[in-house]
Design a protein around this ligand. Structure first.
Ligand code: AMP
Ligand code: MG
Length: 586
């Protein structure tokens, strides 16, 4: 973590400079934390607020928590004020700590200076001050002097002084969304191939308890720490003996040893040659035996065991490691953990799993007409349906949904929203304004990044998608229409996100089923129809293909996928049905 300070007399523009620097560095994708020194009596709260009341009543530490932030108020009372270094150590890892105040601490600083305050410069007496940011020309100080408003130059100086490197790129090339040139309408498969070949994981990794790993993606190959089963054991309740020592004859009689072997309570002695031992399911096979006869197939008279010949050598015995041997691959990198996988890693002694951090997917709605569901009766307004739909999908896929809210069609507001989004999310999903028209503000803004590609894909429903990177964060700009937004998310965003999250490329689950409908499909575009399987196992499609019909999305239990080519469908024609479940929609 690099540390740099802003200092200066009161009203000389310290906080404004801090604010601009924070915005500048975070926009570069850096994680910035701040520390500010202030006068001793400062209060964050109004008297009478709950935490104030806790504090005044004598609490030593008061923690205020919501789903967005945590504030800890630690009352020093008679304890000494902590040193800056100790405070920095208490911060979460970040790229840069910007410190406001603390002028006597040894870290390098810039002094903010305004002519109007008439204060003498601190820099003349404080040699930890490495530069001055001033709104007036200054006599030679033997220090760099910047214009107070020249954030870019000041930030460059800070980066050079501290050795702050631009954040490691996420590995995606700037032109990763470029489609093959010269094609007017790109076929779906070609667009998918582009995503598949250009994307890579953009998330870090962490170790977590295996028991909590459901839905997470393994970040390394996981090898068995121990064999399953760990030792040879019995598959049934019965009697164990050495096959090779069995006497000849149609009926076999063996003397029984007095002890028994049970699961978790093994017989540690040796079973003498020609003897048998009572054994229960899961018990380790004692020394000297290799075969088990079922208890239902024997007679026991006193210490004598009798059973008909014909038991196979090694019957009802499980060999050590016959399921998975120690050191062998249990589950590969990229595997998404499900309940049975949790069982497997647990059985193999892997109490912790190394997984990718959850992909944070930011969801943003855009459009002047949008408003919160139920907030108005104005028929000129459209309730925002995409954002809750997309957030639900993302959550169902096991990612971290980040609700970025709704932004009007305003360039500056959108820019702020994207800056914010790039800080909070690993990938951004927007809906609305993605085409290339006058009101397509998302598209126009992304154009500035130089990484925008309009994807005109031969797909119905679906208008052009806008794919780009904002401050290095991939953006999937979906059409606003909810039917098109859902279809394009399922077909393009879902497999892409899986790869960004460290998982495999995903193809939809598909079944070929007879159609229950008639349709004459023209050549050129791949079509997705809202569909459901009827009681006869045939596929019905929604009564209207109108792309504004959200009710059809909800009526459906999946999609029918019609090929790029022309197709005449009559009842009974086999069609491809992609169930919602296969897309992780439940
Ligand atoms: P656009 O892609 O911005 O041209 O929007 C196409 C259509 O989708 C317009 O009728 C929008 O009102 C509608 N739309 C855009 N975003 C949403 C949303 N979040 N929820 C519901 N409808 C939307
Ligand atoms: Mg719009």
């Amino acid at each position: 973590m690099k540390v740099f300070g802003v200092t200066g007399w009161k009203n000389n523009g310290k906080t404004g400079l801090m604010e601009r620097l924070i915005a500048h560095f975070t926009a570069q994708g850096l994680r910035v934390s701040t520390l500010k020194h202030t006068h001793h009596g400062v209060d964050l709260e109004q008297p009478g607020t709950d935490t104030h009341r806790h504090r005044v009543a004598g609490a030593k530490e008061v923690v205020l928590v919501s789903s967005s932030r945590i504030a800890t108020l630690h009352e020093l009372r008679n304890d000494p004020e902590p040193q800056l270094a100790a405070l920095i150590e208490g911060l979460e890892p970040c790229d840069l700590v910007l410190v406001e105040g603390f002028k006597s601490a040894p870290h390098p600083k810039i002094e903010a200076h305004r002519a109007a305050t008439g204060e003498a410069l601190l820099a003349t007496t404080n040699d930890t001050i490495r530069a001055v940011a001033s709104d007036e020309a200054l006599p030679d100080l033997n220090l760099p002097v910047f214009n107070l408003d020249d954030t870019q130059a000041i930030a460059t100086f800070i980066a050079e002084t501290t050795g702050l490197a631009p954040r490691k790129s996420n590995g995606l090339k700037n032109d990763c969304f470029a489609l093959p040139p010269g094609v007017h309408w790109t076929p779906v498969d070609e667009a998918l191939e582009t995503l598949k070949s250009r994307l890579a994981p953009v998330v870090g990794t962490e170790a977590i308890p295996t028991a909590q790993s459901r839905g997470r993606i393994l970040a390394t190959d996981h090898m068995a720490a121990r064999s399953n089963p760990p030792g040879a054991n019995s598959a049934v309740d019965g009697y164990a003996f050495a096959y090779a020592d069995l006497p000849k004859g149609d009926v076999i009689t063996l003397p029984l040893v007095a002890e028994r072997a049970a699961a978790g309570d093994p017989f540690t002695g040796n079973v003498p040659k020609g003897h048998a031992i009572r054994i229960l399911t899961g018990a380790l096979l004692p020394q000297g035996v290799d075969t088990v006869v079922l208890q239902e197939d024997v007679q026991v008279e006193g210490a004598q065991l009798r059973f008909p010949a014909g038991v196979k050598p090694g019957a009802n015995a499980r060999a050590a490691g016959e399921d998975v041997a120690a050191g062998k691959l249990a589950l590969p990198m990229g595997h998404k953990m499900r309940a049975p996988d949790v069982a497997l890693l647990s059985a193999l002694g892997l109490a912790r799993a190394q997984v990718f951090n959850r992909l944070r997917v930011g969801v943003l709605s855009t459009g002047d007409e949008l408003t919160e569901p139920g907030s108005t009766l104005d028929t000129a307004r459209t309730y925002d349906a995409n954002r809750p739909m997309l957030l639900s999908l993302v959550q169902g896929w096991g990612y971290d949904p980040v609700d970025l809210g709704h932004v009007a069609d305003n360039r500056d507001a959108l820019r702020r929203a994207f800056d914010d989004a790039a800080n909070q999310a690993d990938v951004i999903l927007t809906s609305g304004g993605a085409s290339a028209g006058d009101e397509d503000h998302v598209s126009a803004l992304l154009e500035e990044t130089g990484s925008l590609h309009h994807w005109r894909i031969a797909i119905k429903p679906g208008r052009p998608l806008a794919l780009a990177q904002w401050n290095g964060t991939p953006v999937f700009g979906l059409p606003g229409n909810p039917v098109a937004a859902l279809v394009t998310t399922l077909i393009f965003a879902r497999p892409a996100f899986s790869v960004l999250a460290g998982g495999p490329w995903l193809s939809p689950m598909a079944f070929t089923l007879p159609a229950a409908f008639k349709k004459s499909k023209k050549a050129g575009r791949r079509e997705y129809l809202r569909a459901r399987v009827n009681e006869d196992g045939q596929v019905d499609v929604f009564k209207s293909e109108g792309s504004g019909r959200i009710s059809g999305l909800s009526w459906a239990t999946g999609l029918v996928e019609l090929p790029d080519e022309a197709m005449d469908i009559t009842p009974g024609t086999p069609v491809r049905f992609l169930p919602y479940e296969g897309f992780g929609i439940t």
